[in-house]
Design a protein around this ligand. Structure first.
Ligand SMILES: [Zn+2]
Length: 156
């Protein structure tokens, strides 16, 4: 694991949910982006899952839309939900399939928490963030709008 992470640092290749950067690199990038004002996201709304229970499974039909709004991969959201719901999840084309019956309100609560924790900057409340992993395995949120950097709980 350490080997893979090391090589990723130098090649700067994205891994699943982000790129692995040293803390210094994160700072450099965050400050380099500071003067660039981001678009105001006054209309930003946390998307709701378009879900449906089918037998013993739950299907989210708009996972691509949720991923687009979050600017994260569908796989990233799938990992988060797998951990939060403690149920196997698979991605199939444009749908996400959960091997459990999850009510819509419970699902939307999890998605809201995902956005609150991993997407919306806790400093400036804008959704212009990236997720990255440091050399030591800490997961950090880097805000492109205000330059805030803070660690969050890893869900991978
Ligand atoms: Zn911010």
């Amino acid at each position: 694991m350490q080997q893979i992470m090391q090589s990723n640092i130098y090649q700067n290749k994205p891994i699943t949910s982000g790129v692995i950067l040293s803390y210094d690199e994160l700072l450099d990038r965050a400050f380099a982006q500071l003067p660039k004002l981001s678009i105001e996201n006054v209309d930003f709304k946390i998307p709701e899952a378009d879900s449906m229970i089918q037998g013993s499974k739950t299907i989210i039909r708009n996972i691509s839309q949720i991923a687009d709004v979050a600017r994260r991969s569908r796989e990233d959201i799938a990992k988060y939900l797998t951990k939060e719901l403690a149920a196997p999840i698979s991605l199939d084309g444009s749908t996400l399939n959960i091997s459990a019956r999850i009510q819509a309100n419970q699902l939307n609560e999890k998605i809201k928490r995902y956005f609150d924790t991993y997407i919306i900057c806790k400093e400036c409340h804008k959704p212009d963030t990236k997720i990255a992993e440091t050399q030591r395995g800490y997961v950090v949120i880097v805000c492109e709008a205000c330059g805030a950097i803070y660690t969050v709980k890893n869900y991978q």
